[in-house]
Design a protein. Structure first.
Length: 82
């Protein structure tokens, strides 16, 4: 809404490019769905004590990957907040 508000005030409608974003969007949703299914399966198979923490560990791993390899977060205060 914040992105489209200035264009809407000028009377312009935002351009949607469904032909360019449909395939990446469908693939992203499919990967998320498969990951969610595997996380639920791991929790059922391994139990709540082991399976659920393993499914939540991906947040820590991806965060550390972003901080250490891609340098997405800079500054000690921001890294300490993570």
């Amino acid at each position: 809404l914040l992105y489209w508000a200035p264009a809407l005030r000028r009377g312009e409608r935002p351009q949607f490019h469904f032909s360019k974003v449909a395939l990446p969007g469908i693939l992203t949703g499919s990967f998320w769905c498969m990951g969610n299914f595997c996380a639920m399966f791991a929790t059922v198979y391994l139990g709540q004590t082991v399976g659920f923490p393993l499914t939540q560990l991906c947040l820590v791993v991806s965060g550390l990957w972003g901080i250490l390899y891609f340098r997405e977060v800079r500054g000690s205060a921001a890294i300490a907040t993570f």
